[in-house]
Design a protein around this ligand. Structure first.
Ligand code: PHE
Length: 362
């Protein structure tokens, strides 16, 4: 092989056989390099200065008549809109409204929940919760210093509540202890919205003729609890109740299935539970597809006769009721794992700003 002539060929840009190149490479006489060359020429639209395309026809364009020759910029249908510089709604408010709409669709009317301060009487005693019940103790309840007590309690009803606690009646043995008015007069921050339901049922019982009702409420409650990732000392409760003649546990299960399926939770399970004011009582669990497990979503039951009959509701009227927190479904829906990002002084504003204005489903 003539190296010299091959190198000469290469230098002159002549085509060289692959085999020759390989030989030269092996002898380290050449190395292979790759270059890309472009040849640019002026195109048909070439101009020395870039034309600015018109985006609008202005009054001036119309006046001067140059709109005829204008070249318009194409619409960019894929462009993002400007961020809207307005207020943003809190996820809790969004979910609250969605749940409110479910209740309204189901024919429920709202109960007035404007009393954060309540007496122990309406929060506990009227619900047949004994005065020595641990939940009444200051570990769970915020009692008020001023005014520490209430003077406005309905005397004749109070007497009936006292009776049912002490010695029972209406087929009940009662608790057999010495009921104290002082204890019932103590003011507190309501620990559940069932206090509101109780007031409403009492009011209903005072009407001349009984009419079936469906009531709901969504508002704030307070518990003297240790604050952590999933608990705050104040949160919101959602509560629904139906009162009518001859309601059964089957009605409660049916209405819970209807209510929760509208919230997107159609796999429900019920577990027997205890509340001083309901019998039977059931905890409600729903299968969470994301978490792949059964999670507790609420509590429910049928109000006890010891609660309803002293109010004056007719014999044979039953009340089915359930309660759940607003925070829990909101955290699940928005994928929030720390309640302090959602509610309270450490709320994450970016989370609120970036959450969607509307969502499908709930
Ligand atoms: N008051 C209950 C709670 O605080 C919820 C509940 C409401 C239970 C109605 C039964 C009936 O958890």
């Amino acid at each position: 092989m003539n190296c010299k002539s091959s190198l000469e060929d290469w230098r002159m840009g002549r085509v060289i056989a692959d085999k020759v190149i390989d030989d030269l490479k092996r002898r380290k006489l050449v190395t292979k390099e790759k270059s890309i060359w472009y040849s640019l020429k002026k195109g048909p639209e070439f101009v020395a200065k870039r034309k600015t395309l018109a985006t609008d026809v202005t009054r001036e364009h119309l006046k001067s008549g140059d709109w005829k020759d204008l070249e318009f910029k194409d619409y960019n249908y894929g462009a993002q809109g400007q961020p809207i510089a307005i207020g943003y709604s809190q996820p809790l408010l969004e979910v609250r409204e969605a749940i409110q709409n479910i209740f309204l669709e189901m024919g429920f009317s709202e109960m007035p929940t404007n009393m954060y301060v309540e007496s122990s009487f309406w929060n506990f005693d009227a619900l047949f919760q004994p005065q020595q019940h641990p939940a009444r103790d200051s570990h769970d309840t915020f009692f008020l210093k001023a005014p520490a007590t209430t003077t406005q309690l309905p005397d004749d009803y109070l007497e009936k509540v006292k009776q049912v606690h002490q010695s029972g009646g209406h087929g009940s043995k009662g608790y057999g202890y010495d009921w104290k008015r002082d204890e019932a007069e103590k003011n507190l921050l309501r620990t559940h919205t069932t206090a509101v339901s109780t007031r409403m049922l009492y009011k209903l019982a005072q009407e001349k003729t009984f009419a079936p009702k469906r009531y709901y409420s969504i508002d704030r409650v307070f518990r003297n609890e240790a604050v952590d990732r999933t608990h705050l000392a104040e949160f919101h409760q959602i509560e629904g109740l139906i009162c009518d003649y001859g309601l059964t546990l089957g009605d409660l299960i049916g209405v819970l299935e209807d209510f929760f399926s509208r919230l997107g939770m159609s796999k429900l399970r019920f577990k027997p539970a205890y509340n001083p004011y309901t019998e039977p009582s059931m905890e409600i669990f729903s299968y969470h597809d994301g978490l792949k497990k059964w999670v507790e979503i609420g509590n429910s039951g049928m109000f006890r006769p010891e609660m309803l009959l002293p109010m004056g509701l007719p014999e044979g009227v039953n009340v089915i009721a359930w309660g759940l927190s607003l925070e829990r479904p909101t955290m699940i829906l928005y994928g929030i794992d720390n309640i302090r990002d959602l509610f309270g002084p450490k709320v994450d504003f970016n989370l609120i700003k970036s959450s969607p204005i509307c969502r499908l489903g709930l």
